[in-house]
Design a protein around this ligand. Structure first.
Ligand code: GSH
Length: 147
């Protein structure tokens, strides 16, 4: 069966022509989530290969023997197997929303102490974060691959 190709940036997800990038991912893995978000915001089109962690595909282990997701395989065969590096690679290609140059780093505490985060005089960051988690993009990168 042809691999499921997910257009991470765009309208559709479905079976399409092969993409230049392959992303081995696990939908609920936070590391894979952040990689998918950065790839999406940067406009990359990936072939999304959802992995069952207890039964990893041999091709993924061949690309990255350490066996964690996400793993991004570039068109030149280069492998990026750390989520932060995938984010930096994607945003280094294209960062239209300026994720690499945020106003403040305090957004990382939003989930740790929500009341404290809400009390900060950072309306721009708060509304930026709300925009992300309520966005169509977030919904898209969290969509179950089977749907
Ligand atoms: N430092 C890695 C951590 C990735 C990671 O630990 N992913 C977990 C899933 S959330 C994983 O693949 N674990 C391997 C396993 O459960 O077999 C990254 O940021 O990409």
């Amino acid at each position: 069966m042809a691999p499921l190709v997910c257009r991470l940036h765009g309208e559709r997800a479905g079976r399409e022509a092969a993409a230049d990038l392959i992303l081995y991912s696990f939908r609920r893995c936070p590391y894979a989530m952040r990689a998918r978000l950065a790839l999406d915001v940067s406009g990359q089109v990936c072939e999304l290969r959802e992995v069952v962690l207890r039964n990893k595909p041999p091709a993924m282990l061949e690309a990255s023997p350490k066996g964690t997701v996400p793993v991004l395989v570039l068109s030149n065969g280069e492998v990026i197997d750390e989520s932060l590096d995938i984010m930096l690679w994607a945003l280094g290609c294209n960062d239209p929303e300026r994720w690499l140059t945020p106003e403040s780093d305090s957004r990382q505490f939003a989930r740790v102490d929500a009341a404290w985060f809400a009390s900060l005089p950072l309306r721009g960051v708060q509304s930026w974060l709300t925009t992300i988690v309520t966005s169509e993009r977030f919904e898209r990168i969290m969509r179950h691959p089977a749907t």
